[in-house]
Design a protein around this ligand. Structure first.
Ligand SMILES: *Cc1c(COP(=O)(O)O)cnc(C)c1O
Ligand SMILES: [Zn+2]
Length: 437
């Protein structure tokens, strides 16, 4: 009998479960599961396959819905090797750009800061990378419906991928705490949306308690398949850098699913031989939602949930679900965890936005984190640094208008709209002022 290509292994007790097991926790001890793949191809052969698939992304003979067009399934040997083309639910996703903007580099103090802009994914955040894998798995195991609790982007992504797969979707979100773009997307893509009085941590606890008894397949980031899909951020990034790893990868951290995915991807890439050394991870939290940063400062000896409060709703999480995985990612990569204030996040965001790149507040935490690490001497100006911009600028339009156009004393980098009478003279006066600037 041949060995299975993939198993789900409990991160706590080590028990192994079949790849097709539908529980997202260990049925023996309740621990989180991780996927372990048997990779039978060596690094050189894998790179050749990835190159070949990349070269076909824009080829007219590739069918429009082929997984070959996806920046996740390009790396399928490391994501979900047993999934067939027919099973894969792909938008497609990924293929996100690496940006360099002089003003952003200057503001952070890094020479040539690279920004991996995950807001270019189909629903506007990196969540699509995890969702293509999780909804593919939902279809493979014959789930009746899919569900998640969310600060917004997971629900938007789930709603879109469930629509694509023809599966009913249920999302639970904290009422009044989800950015406008995300809630609007979720409704428009057709997921049944429940608004709950409470914070994200409450909604996740509710869903985990209710979920499996109702035959729902949960696709929160504790779902091991989400993690596998999100690993592709790292694979695609390293591929874009010709497998020459950066010194640092800096990302915002809320529930720690993405931190976990990045750590797992880097460790696997090193073990397989795709890269020769590990980049260090810097996970950035908002100061009002920073239990992981506090714990890091105590060498992870403490673990205390907080009541989360920050303008960056994507990372407004007080009790991160992927805690143990996050700790491992930081330890494995000799990483660091830090917190930045809402003022720093808003300033970073204004700089990224005015550079024409744009991102949502949660993403800007990464850029604020880079600046803080440069100032503290942890990152050197000449280091090669990549910040992950996790979401699109239009996810949170309310915060933009509040920053630039709200009455009262304007923010330091506000671009305040000017009201004028409908006269040519008034337009000309403004034009003169503009070109003199
Ligand atoms: C989900 C999300 C995060 C946080 O990722 P975690 O996996 O929860 O740590 C950060 N930024 C954006 C835009 C997100 O959607
Ligand atoms: Zn277990």
């Amino acid at each position: 009998m041949s060995l299975p290509q993939t198993v789900q292994r409990c991160e706590r007790c080590g028990n192994e479960h079949a790849e097709g097991a539908s529980s997202i926790e260990c049925t023996a001890c309740g621990g989180l599961l991780e996927l372990v793949h048997r990779v039978t191809v060596d690094a050189a052969a894998l790179k050749a396959r990835f190159d070949a698939r990349l070269s076909r992304v824009l080829q007219p003979d590739v069918p429009p819905v082929s997984p070959e067009r996806s920046g996740v399934w390009r790396y399928r040997e490391l994501v979900l090797p047993s999934a067939t083309d027919a099973e894969i639910v792909s938008h497609p996703e990924g293929n996100t750009p690496l940006l360099v903007r002089r003003v952003v580099s200057d503001w952070t103090g890094v020479d040539g800061l690279l920004m991996k802009h995950e807001g270019h994914n189909p629903t506007g955040s990196f969540k699509d990378r995890g969702m293509t894998a999780a909804v593919t798995q939902a279809r493979r195991i014959g789930a009746r419906a899919v569900a998640c609790a969310s600060t917004g982007n997971t629900s938007a992504s789930l709603a879109a991928y469930a629509a694509l797969a023809g599966l009913p979707a249920l999302v639970i979100v904290p009422k009044g705490q989800v950015a406008m773009g995300k809630l609007a997307q979720t409704l428009a893509y057709g997921a049944r949306t429940l608004l709950v009085d409470g914070d994200f941590d409450t909604t996740l606890a509710l869903l985990r308690a209710a979920g499996e008894s109702l035959g729902l397949y949960l696709v929160n980031s504790v779902n091991a398949f989400r993690i596998e899909g999100q690993k592709a951020i790292a694979f695609e990034l390293l591929h874009q850098l010709a497998w020459d790893p950066p010194d640092w990868i800096v990302l915002p951290a809320g529930n720690l699913g993405n931190t976990a995915a990045l750590g797992k991807a880097l460790v696997e890439a090193k073990r397989i031989g795709l890269i020769g050394r590990l980049p260090r991870i810097a996970a950035v939290q908002a100061a009002g939602a920073a239990p992981f940063a506090t714990s890091f400062a105590n060498r992870f000896r403490t673990h205390e949930p907080v009541r989360a409060e920050t303008v960056a709703t994507a990372i407004r999480i007080g009790d991160p679900a992927s805690w143990s995985r996050g700790v491992r990612a930081i330890r494995d990569t000799d990483g660091v965890v830090l917190a930045v204030t809402d003022d720093e996040i808003l300033e970073a965001k204004a700089v990224v936005d005015a550079a024409g790149a744009g991102c949502e507040p949660g993403s800007a935490a990464a850029v604020a984190g880079v600046r803080s690490l440069i100032r503290g001497g942890t990152i050197n100006p000449g280091d090669r640094v990549v910040a992950i911009l996790t979401g699109h600028i239009l996810k949170d339009p309310a915060i933009l208008l509040d920053y630039h156009a709200a009455p009262g004393r304007p923010h330091s980098r506000a671009n305040v709209p000017v009201e004028i009478p409908a006269s040519l003279a008034a337009v000309e006066a403004e034009l003169v002022r503009l070109v003199r600037r």
